[in-house]
Design a protein around this ligand. Structure first.
Ligand SMILES: [Zn+2]
Length: 142
């Protein structure tokens, strides 16, 4: 199959996840954030460097979140560090498509049901950490 067609289908398949990025992405841009295209994703950062991030945002427990093909982070500097982890989540969204929106919370519930941590031991997070070597949890980055 043509690689461009495969890419187009992956955008369409993951689009229910990507659409969820519209509101937080616009809010981030209204906070004087900026966006940049990186490969087949769009990264939205509140500021360029982590030093410039307002304290009320830098205290947020997570450095970034991936919604389909959009990755929203505290800063572009941090997004560069977290890119390998977030790209794993992009691949997960591409694989599961709209079902990722159900599969991720179910994986958290499954972890919780087994007496494990619903975020850190969510199967999708474990895979992202395993493949990238990074977590996006700020307490483990800084
Ligand atoms: Zn993650």
């Amino acid at each position: 199959m043509n690689i461009r067609l495969v890419r187009l289908l992956s955008y369409i398949w993951a689009s229910p996840c990507t659409i969820l990025a519209v509101i937080p992405g616009v809010v981030t841009l209204l906070l004087v954030g900026s966006l940049r295209r990186v490969g087949h994703t769009v990264e939205v950062g509140v500021r360029h460097s982590q030093e410039q991030v307002p304290s009320w945002i830098s205290k947020y427990p997570f450095g970034a979140i991936t919604l389909g093909h959009v990755i929203i982070g505290q800063s572009h500097e941090l997004l560069t560090v977290l890119r390998p982890h977030e790209q794993v989540h992009v691949r997960q969204c591409e694989a599961f498509g709209p079902f990722f929106l159900v599969a991720y919370p179910l994986a958290s519930l499954w972890a919780l049901f087994q007496g494990r941590k619903p975020y850190e031991e969510n199967a999708f997070e474990l895979q992202a950490v395993q493949k990238s070597g990074f977590t996006e949890k700020m307490s483990e980055i800084t």
